[in-house]
Design a protein around this ligand. Structure first.
Ligand SMILES: Cc1ncc(COP(=O)(O)O)c(C=O)c1O
Length: 401
């Protein structure tokens, strides 16, 4: 009886917070839907009428300039998606079969796949409950045990490979402890590629996520805070890196008006104009989206405040999150209810989702080096995402501002 009550309590909060399904004229409230408006159609039609649908034309540059202005990254290169951006970041930094890349196991699969595209080895590390990002304390202890340094290069004592990169993830838009992680990276001479795929609009001590590392990555997939259909971007403050990223993302073609000359193995990873045109329209609303999502968080938090054993995942004091995906963390006492909660909510038309299966548990990554994963495996049982689309707050005043 107690178990059923808890599940019904959660459904009640969903109903009260975002409204019953009929309120939205829907049979399903999905986890995160794009918000497409009239202005977006105008931008895309304009792109079509100019005929510059691929990466030539002004929309890609315009979109990059908007991202530059908003994130304050010196250089931005738009790509076909976030995964290709991570891949290219690794390629440009020279990742190869002799390298290991430190990344959290509680992660979307894209980053680890990209590491394998370069024949490098993912090396999985623990997260902390507070930020759901890499645990800096545990990481430092771990590296002390497994690293041997030779000429300031860090080698894994056990695999003999070079540990060369760290790829922190900012979970659901909330920042990991990036300054602590940067310090560790410096001590061990690791390059940082920041996976800020979910974090457009989030800052840590007033600095935009994705601008702390050597290279940062964003995603504009259909489920992200703004979308270009599919799309990604690379952020960097280094002109040298930016030039290389742009060059390799455009098939490594030497600039010339008509000659086809290529000096490297390049990639066709540049974002097409048609996607960028949608991005330009969406970027005009990024600030209002962040406000809406922060309001949605407050509404959910208020709804869950009297429900025992459930905590809303929230930003730390020193940061401002875009609250891309609203998240609850179940207390250990009720973690056994996870599947039942998911079943009931989804049957009722509310798309709740569990967090990804930790990567060290996937067959293809089972043999990769890793830390002990107590917190990761415990959190896997307790994290649930709630419907988080912008339209859910249509009834809130000033919505469109
Ligand atoms: C944390 C994280 N990294 C990388 C990606 C990959 O981005 P994309 O889907 O644009 O390839 C995503 C999202 O999809 C993500 O959530």
């Amino acid at each position: 009886m107690k178990k059923v009550n808890k599940i019904l309590e959660i459904i009640k909060v969903l109903n009260q917070t975002i409204g019953a399904l009929h309120f939205h004229n829907k049979s399903n409230v999905y986890l995160h839907e794009p918000d497409i408006r009239k202005e977006d159609w105008k931008f895309v039609k304009e792109c079509l009428s100019r005929n510059f649908v691929s990466s030539v034309g002004n929309y890609v540059t315009e979109f990059e300039d908007m991202l530059k202005k908003f994130t304050k990254a010196k250089y931005v290169i738009a790509t076909v998606n976030g995964t290709s951006a991570i891949h290219l970041a690794l390629v440009v930094m020279g990742a190869n079969e002799n390298d290991e890349v430190i990344l959290p196991s509680l992660n979307f699969v894209a980053a680890a796949n990209a590491v394998r595209y370069c024949n490098a080895i993912p090396h999985f590390v623990e997260v902390e409950e507070e930020t759901l990002g890499i645990d800096p304390v545990k990481l430092e202890e771990y590296l002390k045990k497994i690293v041997i340094k030779k000429n300031n290069i860090s080698f894994n004592k056990y695999t003999k490979k070079r540990i060369r990169f760290m790829m922190p993830l900012h979970m659901f838009g909330h920042p990991a402890k990036i300054l602590e992680l940067k310090k560790i990276a410096k001590n061990y001479n690791l390059k940082i590629i920041e996976d800020a795929a979910e974090s457009l609009g989030s800052t840590y001590k007033n600095k935009h996520l994705g601008t702390f590392g050597d290279i940062g990555v964003l995603s504009f997939n259909g489920n992200k805070i703004i979308t270009t259909g599919g799309g990604g971007a690379l952020l960097t403050n280094s002109l040298k890196i930016a030039k290389k990223l742009k060059y390799l993302s455009t098939t490594a073609k030497k600039p010339h008006r008509w000659k086809y000359e290529y000096s490297d193995i390049g990639y066709n990873y540049r974002m097409p104009g048609i996607n960028a045109s949608l991005g330009c329209a969406q970027m005009k609303r990024i600030k209002s989206y962040v406000n809406i999502k922060r309001k949605l968080f407050k509404k959910y938090k208020d709804g869950f405040k009297n429900i025992k054993d459930i905590t809303m995942f929230q930003e730390p004091k020193y940061a401002k999150s875009n609250y891309w995906l609203q998240t609850i963390i179940l207390d250990n006492k009720i973690s056994h209810l996870k599947e039942k909660i998911l079943e009931k909510a989804n049957n009722m038309g509310f798309s709740m989702r569990p967090i990804w299966k930790p990567l060290h548990k996937l067959e293809k990554f089972k043999l990769c080096p890793k830390m002990e994963m107590k917190t990761t495996e415990n959190l896997e049982k307790r994290i649930l995402n709630l419907p988080s689309s912008v339209y859910l707050l249509k009834n809130i005043k000033n919505y469109a501002k």
